[in-house]
Design a protein around this ligand. Sequence first.
Ligand code: ASP
Length: 355
Amino acid sequence: MKHLIDPTDLSIEEIAEIIAVAEDIIANRDKYSDICRGKKLATLFYEPSTRTRLSFTAAMMELGGNVLGFADAKSSSVSKGETVQDTVRVINCFADIIAMRHKVEGAPLAATEVSRTPIINAGDGSHSHPTQTMTDLLTIKRELGTLNNLTIGLVGDLKYGRTVHSLIKAMSRYQNTKFILIAPPELALPDYIKHDVCDRYSIPYREVDNIESVIGEVDVLYMTRVQQERFTDLDEYERVKDCFVLDAAKMRGAKEHMAVLHPLPRVNEIAIDVDNDSRAAYFRQVENGKFVRMALILKLLEWQNDSERKFDHGGSDLGCKCPNKLCISNLEPVRKRFESVDGIIRCVYCESQAE
Ligand code: ASP
């Protein structure tokens, strides 16, 4: 069985298969309209979401399947103190596949430890958001025709932006990728991504403090919002919230053939005068999200009984403690899982460096 917790749970061949199915769905909508009849998707959303939850719902409906679940932890048994693993054991009796969003990092991985059905991570805290990444990959492929030889500028909240973390992991596996990181020092990319992903796979990256000086180099400009809900110090949020704004004047310096992506919601980081630019791909990206989720649901259901498809994040109790207060290992009774990567011990659930 396969789950999708991190973008690297899928090989690049499996990603290519999913993208190919998504492209076939786009070309032949009718062929897929009844393919999941009798199947149920559970959406367990413990944290607010509009587009991801509705995108999953629309995806399953367009496949002819049904959807159940909750959009708010307060309306579930979590408010009575139920653990994520117990909730999943219960939902396994009702649904064939589960999409879970949680503010606690590692919660979807903990769910895989007990689940009899595929689990899809629909975003865990600041950690990971692999279905957004699948959306981004399909969008890049459709906009630019390739996933190789691309320079990707990532702008804004690279610290708390889980979509950025997942996209870097995914794009690092394609040929000749380069990253330009455009963020204030307070919102810089976490070291574990720089070290375990970029340095480890010798992916060139550089850090700059403005969009103008690099916009002419990038094939993809990935804009993000500053993640207000993750700040503990609101004064710091106020200081950085307006750090980088893309507008039509800046777009004049960009390549003719490039794409501006944004996982949305946008706050003020893309001025509305960019929306009519043909390179502004962020609303097309939303629709791609539905198609790629349709393809993902189909493939995970198909792979469920395929013993060749392995899922293993490894890790064991090395007598360590995870320092991350928002990690599932500190909040619920899950087994401890640590792993040594290049001499650094990390928590398998949230990738924080262990104490
Ligand atoms: N929708 C994306 C997410 O869930 C991006 C964002 O919220 O800024 O991470």
